[in-house]
Design a protein around this ligand. Structure first.
Ligand code: GLU
Length: 285
């Protein structure tokens, strides 16, 4: 019913003004505002995603692509939200808890690992995927085959991630950790020679390695050393967790989950760990 129609921004803005009858606005016609107004006046849902993780959460002009994004769309549809009722909001690793706690997003699908520490401030549905922390190195570097080889090396990861935290907790001795706001910035540091390796989840590294600009320059080591259970971040005391878990289970059972994974992640050559995927959802707290 609420299929997105193709039209000029001005036509859409005019339509929105007519339908919502909010007269008196002198907004220029080209500026429909950041708010997604559904034709029926129904409520919108704000979903936090990554904007710069190709294959997972990626902003491509006005479009959003990736496994997290398509799983989010499919779950939102089962919750009753059409595509035109979704507003995607960038959710960098270190801002996720805050975005949920302050109500700036309703839920987060952003390679967001379920951890006990995070559960102190937010809630999780899922998991809907299990990845593993790995390393990205220069294509011709054979000196690093796992986290034990990081001594004396310069490593890049992202502030507020489990990836950076695990290095600090378990492998910090002798490793120089540079923290950046996003993994894309870490890959730039790697290809420019500023660091020797980038660490985060293997599925994220595979997507970055497959970018045309990085192809042939970098490689994923392929020796995962953690289990990252990707959850749907929610505010504590939410009423959606059970419904989201049901939606995820249905998507796995009817093959949609596999299709979404193949469509988005297949191109990077990444192979999901089949012993851990697809995962079974955990009981909502
Ligand atoms: N899954 C890990 C985490 O939630 C690393 C990926 C990320 O930073 O989004 O911290």
């Amino acid at each position: 019913m609420r299929r997105r129609t193709v039209g000029s921004a001005a036509a859409l803005a005019a339509l929105a003004l007519t339908l919502t009858a909010c007269g008196g606005s002198d907004e220029p016609a080209g500026d429909a505002g950041g708010e997604e107004t559904s034709a029926g006046g129904g409520e919108t849902i704000r979903i936090g995603i990554k904007f710069d993780q190709p294959g997972l959460g990626f902003k491509d002009g006005d479009d959003y692509t990736g496994f997290d994004v398509d799983i989010a769309r499919a779950v939102a549809e089962k919750l009753g939200y059409g595509e035109d009722q979704i507003e995607f909001v960038e959710s960098p690793s270190k801002q996720r808890e805050n975005l949920l706690q302050t109500g700036q997003v309703d839920m987060i699908f952003a390679t967001y690992s379920i951890t006990d520490e995070r559960k102190e401030s937010v809630a999780f549905a899922g998991p809907y995927f299990v990845a593993g922390q790995d390393l990205l190195v220069a294509a011709d570097d054979d000196s690093i085959s796992g986290p034990e080889d990081l001594e004396g090396k310069n490593l890049c990861s992202v502030t507020g991630s489990t990836s950076a935290q695990r290095i600090k907790d378990e492998y910090a001795a002798g490793t120089n950790l540079l923290e950046q706001p996003s993994y894309a910035e870490c890959v730039t540091a790697l290809t420019s020679g500023a660091v020797d390796a980038v660490t985060t989840d293997d599925i994220i590294l595979a997507g970055l390695a497959a970018q045309p600009a990085n192809e042939g320059k970098v490689k994923v080591v392929g020796n995962p050393f953690s289990e990252e259970n990707y959850g749907v971040g929610l505010p504590q005391d939410n009423e959606r967790c059970e419904d989201i878990n049901t939606a995820i289970t249905e998507l796995i059972e009817d093959g949609t989950w596999q299709q979404i994974l193949d469509d988005n992640v297949g191109v990077s050559g990444y192979q999901a760990n089949e012993e851990l995927n697809p995962p079974e959802v955990q009981a909502c707290a």
